[in-house]
Design a protein around this ligand. Structure first.
Ligand code: TXE
Length: 488
């Protein structure tokens, strides 16, 4: 008999059995061992979740925004109180370094809930006089929203989707990635402890089949999805059958543009953050590093030095580790295949380029921080999202050339520019077709800042006051103040 814990689906404020006992395994990427089992959301669970969400909506949407805000802020306090324990849970599911998870994952999730809880009471309609009559508008919740998460920032993604939805009076059925189920379950427990009514935040577990159920279900008004572009297309197609609203946070192959006058150490920091933080498993990563020719020798020397000296790969639970394991054996193999393609296509491998087996975690799915140079725009390394620690360095001559090359992609998630010339910084970034941009910075994504992609990298935004509008619908009410004229 397996001694592994079996987690279940979280519906109506409690864990419920799926009736069949069907489970899937969750692997710890740093050890390759099974951490626990999770019951798949069967049809019975799916139906229970819908019934529960309807009941939750009846209660939650009737509360005032101040009442909802107060409860959400209690959840924020609990998230921050349990930060380190929750962070450790994320490490065990994702393989990312504890030093990262403690600083970023729960903090940015709690920040988003705090931000939207604060905005909730400000949601208002308007009124206009029309002759003797007038109309007014009401911003009303959509109803049941579905959230579908990716595996790189599990708890943060659950928070970023739940925050605006719940703040506006909606309820959410959330499905985390099957690779990383834990964070969403802990969030659901914390929401219940904070006083969020049963049925307001339900968690269903499983792979794309459960995700497909959410996107096709007619009782669900909106889907907020985070994942690959290919999956995003399937989600949007399925949502069309019931005309759901969609938010899509998809992949990228973002340019990091470094001009001759850039501060070299900052530019190197950006290139390393934008390719090796979370071992490269970050959607907004600047994986096409464009360096102006004259600065290139100095830049590449410091980049290789710092990569070889400052990256500590090992057991991600060790606070010293700053570079962890990739999410799965399959993903590790996929990244290694991209590295072989890079070599075959003629890129020059400067460092890394192989699997790692650190003593502290010999069975984990590690790939060395890898830098290719002499890359061309036509190479696979420069065109496809690898979602691993593989940096493609390209050189350029002038501003016009690099803007054209940076935009030569169907993706458009993020971009960054490093230069001391303030007008050039803004002139260039204004021409880049991307939704999340940085100047002399990389990666910062505060709750106040709306994030989302251009072109194939996404639809809609998360965080920022913009996002609130996506979780309400406007009702216009016309009021006649006199007898109704009629020709009949
Ligand atoms: O995505 P997948 P992953 C992107 C990142 C990379 C990808 C990695 O750039 O491309 O996410 O995450 C469910 N119908 N971002 O590998 O495989 C699946 O079960 C409905 C961008 O997890 O697409 C999982 O829960 N759902 C982001 C989820 O989709 C389906 C930041 C994602 O799975 C489904 C982070 C289907 N047919 C990562 N098939 C950003 N832009 O902010 C699978 N799923």
């Amino acid at each position: 008999m397996s001694s592994l814990i079996v987690y279940q689906n979280y519906v109506h404020g409690q864990y419920i059995a799926n009736g069949t006992g069907e489970t899937f395994e969750v692997i710890n990427p740093a050890t390759g061992q099974v951490s626990y089992l999770v019951e798949t959301a069967t049809e019975a669970v799916q139906q229970a979740a819908i019934v529960s969400s309807k009941a939750g909506f009846a209660t939650w949407s009737k509360m005032t925004a101040m009442e909802r805000s107060r409860i959400l802020l209690k959840a924020v306090a609990l998230l921050r109180e349990h930060n380190d324990e929750l962070a450790a849970g994320e490490v065990l599911d994702t393989g990312k370094p504890l030093q990262e998870a403690i600083e970023v994952d729960i903090v940015t999730g709690a920040d988003s809930i705090e931000f939207f809880a604060g905005l909730a009471p400000s949601i208002e309609g308007n009124q206009q006089t029309v002759g003797d009559d007038f109309y007014y508008t009401r911003r009303e919740p959509l109803g049941i929203c579905a959230g579908i998460g990716a595996w790189n920032y599990p708890l943060q993604i659950a928070c970023w989707k739940a925050a605006p939805a719940l703040a506006c009076g909606n309820v959410m059925i959330f499905k985390p990635s099957e690779e990383t189920p834990r964070g969403a379950m802990r969030l659901a427990e914390i929401f219940t402890e904070a006083g969020i009514p049963d049925g307001v935040f339900n968690v269903v577990q499983g792979d794309g089949r459960v995700g497909a159920w959410l996107t096709g279900n007619e009782d669900i008004a909106k889907v907020s999805f985070t994942g690959e572009v290919g999956t995003g297309k399937k989600v949007m197609a399925a949502a069309a059958s019931s005309l759901k609203e969609v938010t899509m946070e998809l992949g990228g192959k973002s340019p990091l543009i470094i001009f001759n006058d850039a501060d070299v150490e900052n530019a190197v920091s950006a290139a390393m953050l934008g390719n090796f933080y979370t071992q490269g498993e970050v959607c907004t990563n600047g994986t096409r590093v464009f360096v102006q020719k004259e600065l290139y020798p100095q830049f590449i020397k410091r980049l290789v030095e710092r990569t070889e000296q400052n990256i500590i790969c090992g057991d991600p639970m060790n606070p010293e580790t700053n570079f962890g394991a990739l999410i799965s054996k399959d993903h590790q193999q996929k990244v290694l295949e991209y590295i072989e393609i890079g070599k075959k296509e003629g890129a020059t491998l400067l460092t890394g380029g192989k699997a790692l087996q650190p003593e502290s975690a010999p069975n984990g799915f590690f790939v060395a921080p890898t830098i290719f140079t002499d890359c061309t725009d036509q190479m696979t390394l420069s065109k496809e999202e690898i979602f691993g620690p593989v940096m493609s360095v390209l050189t350029f001559t002038d501003e016009e050339e690099v803007v054209e090359r940076a935009n030569d992609t169907r993706l458009g998630l993020a971009a960054a520019v490093f230069t001391q010339d303030i007008t050039r910084a803004h002139r260039v970034i204004h021409q880049i077709q991307a939704g999340i941009c940085w100047i002399n910075a990389y990666g910062a994504s505060p709750a106040e800042m709306p994030v989302g992609g251009y072109k194939m990298s996404g639809i809609g935004r998360e965080n920022g006051s913009e996002t609130l509008k996506a979780y309400t619908q406007i009702k216009a009410v016309y009021v006649g103040m006199q007898n109704l004229e009629s020709p009949f």
